[in-house]
Design a protein around this ligand. Structure first.
Ligand code: ADP
Length: 540
């Protein structure tokens, strides 16, 4: 039909061109392993990404070939995020916290031909290199050491094409990225992102009622680039021309706070455990760091407790709660207050901000109960969250054992349990695998954990199911107390009374030094379930 719109392919080169053309002078700062700061610009990053793309093509890269990365967050990783897709390849981020066995399984399954690796991670690579399919290993050197035998130096590789690169024609349905799920239940599964899904997802990042990233921002992604594309923030920064500050390998609270202060960061992003550490440090040494007023911290990956939101509010710093997953590129929802909600009492506002929020634009959601019926949006009834949208995966690279993750009518089953309130806000109450089923009722471990983390003596809390002769399962709370603080099981039980349903109050409390973490910094509840598998509840 005449008079319709142009069918412009949505591809990553559009993002690269924009960053280079309009934001060439904007800084990209990377903290090196030795803590020195390396400064470059978007103009240089994209120039070098194009040179890398040329070098990859010269080295025999074919369309769709995988270019793996094993790197911390820094400028060369950003160059590879663009370089591989510009050349028609697929950037496959390897999670450096996985075991060598998992890494060799994933690299082999993905058929990674090229690897770009940090020299400081070569000892890790050595543990699985013989079992991986890499044909060319390109080493980013942060230390004066030579690239080891059989490897290519990244700088020499980037300059090898002599700056020549002709952008090949790309279709928006071509693959450009690949991530594997963490495989906490079964083997890791590959999720392929297309140019189209990546560009559409990127459009949501600066959305005002989303992550609200803008050109005047300075963003520090604590969330690693080896995990779900650092939540799409690197591409979002290219679109907006925001300044990027990469933290490198030093992710403890003090090092992060030093960097937030020094680079005048206005937005940062990370999992709750990162922010818990930062809040702790701020409270121990109030006034030590001068942060940007109104600094926004995007938090996701697991639920942000209300206490964390309140804690940062007291310092004038704002937590923004988002939910997502590998299969969703990853952004699925974001919690912000609808018009009129700012007039609500503060406590109610915090309750809304602690929810996972409203679905991202173009993402549809529904909750479905065990009998396959859609649950009402009453904020009470729990159901499994199912999603549909242009940046939601339609399959894994290998479907064995996962056929049931998609419904017959084309929705993805997230494995998360939610309530949806009449306003449309999602509230994640659990993951299906963490659910505690007591006498036929679902107990929300997340709600109990968050309530417990509101107690001033509690630093961290995880609640897991243990078996019970009458109720089948009952909750056990595993608690880490703040340094020097005390609280008995009795006191915590009393604190929970009135804050959660009475039958949700855990039957027992165990006090430990630290809750085990997953490779991406979330509480590793499966390890706790294993540890307390034969736990005898009082009176049983
Ligand atoms: P994994 O956690 O298995 O490594 P992902 O990184 O893809 O895999 O994480 C996706 C899962 O993380 C979601 O399905 C959900 O259970 C959890 N999650 C992510 N964000 C939030 C959030 N804001 N609140 C609660 N859970 C979250």
């Amino acid at each position: 039909m005449r008079g319709t719109m142009m069918d412009v392919p949505l591809t990553v080169p559009l993002l690269a061109d924009r960053a280079a053309r309009y934001f060439a002078d904007v800084e990209v700062v990377s903290r090196q392993p030795d803590r020195t700061l390396h400064r470059t610009t978007w103009g240089s990053v994209i120039g070098r990404a194009r040179a890398l793309a040329g070098a990859l093509l010269n080295a025999g890269m074919r369309k769709g070939d995988r270019v793996a990365t094993l790197m911390w967050n820094h400028a060369p990783h950003l160059e590879t995020y663009f370089g591989a897709p510009l050349a028609g390849g697929v950037v496959h981020t390897l999670n450096l916290r996985l075991s060598p066995d998992d890494l060799s399984y994933i690299a082999t399954h993905a058929q990674d031909r090229f690897l770009v690796v940090d020299d400081v991670l070569l000892p890790l690579l050595d543990k699985f290199r013989a079992r991986a399919p890499f044909e060319k290993i390109i080493v980013v050197r942060h230390t004066p050491r030579e690239a080891p035998a059989g490897c290519i130096d990244y700088e020499s590789f980037v300059s090898s094409a002599g700056g020549r690169f002709d952008q090949p024609e790309l279709s928006e349905q071509d693959p450009c990225g690949l991530c594997y799920t963490s495989g906490t239940t079964g083997k890791p599964k590959g999720v392929v992102y297309t140019h189209r899904s990546t560009v559409l997802h990127t459009m949501f990042v600066p959305f005002t009622d989303g992550l609200a990233l803008r050109n005047s921002d300075t963003l520090l992604p604590v969330v690693p680039m080896f995990h779900v594309n650092a939540w799409g923030l690197p591409y979002g920064c290219a679109l907006t021309g925001a300044k990027l500050v990469f933290p490198g390998p030093h992710l403890d609270a003090q090092n992060l706070l030093d960097l937030l202060e020094r680079e005048r960061v206005t937005v940062a992003a990370g999992v709750p455990t990162i922010w818990m550490g930062i809040l702790d440090a701020l409270e121990k040494e109030p006034g030590r760091w001068k942060l940007q007023p109104g600094l926004r911290m995007i938090v996701g990956g697991s639920a942000a407790p209300e206490a964390l939101i309140r804690g940062f509010d007291k310092h004038g710093l704002r937590l923004i709660h988002a939910w997502g997953m590998t299969e969703m590129s990853p952004l699925g929802s974001c919690s912000w207050l609808k018009a009129g909600m700012r007039e609500m009492p503060y406590d109610e506002q915090v309750r809304v901000r602690a929810k996972q929020g409203l679905p991202a634009g173009l993402v549809q959601v529904r909750g479905v109960d065990e009998s396959g019926r859609e649950v009402p949006w009453d904020g009470q009834t729990q159901g499994e969250l199912q999603v549909r949208g242009p940046w939601v995966a339609s399959s894994y690279t290998d479907m064995e054992g996962s056929e049931d993750r998609w419904t017959n009518d084309g929705w993805f089953k997230t494995g998360d349990v939610v309530t949806i309130d009449p306003q449309g806000y999602l509230n994640l109450t659990d993951r299906t695998k963490d659910l505690i089923k007591s006498g036929g009722e679902w107990i929300s471990s997340v709600a109990v954990e968050n309530a417990l983390m509101g107690h001033p003596a509690v630093k961290e809390a995880a609640v897991v199911a243990v078996s019970h002769p009458k109720w089948v399962e009952r909750p056990l709370a595993v608690v880490v107390l703040r340094d020097g603080a005390r609280a008995s099981a009795e006191e915590l039980r009393g604190f929970l009374a009135g804050r959660v349903h009475s039958y949700w109050v855990p039957d027992a409390f165990e006090f430990i030094d630290a809750i085990p973490r997953t490779s991406t910094g979330k509480f590793l509840k499966s390890a706790l379930r294993e540890k307390y598998r034969d736990y005898r509840l009082p009176g049983c």
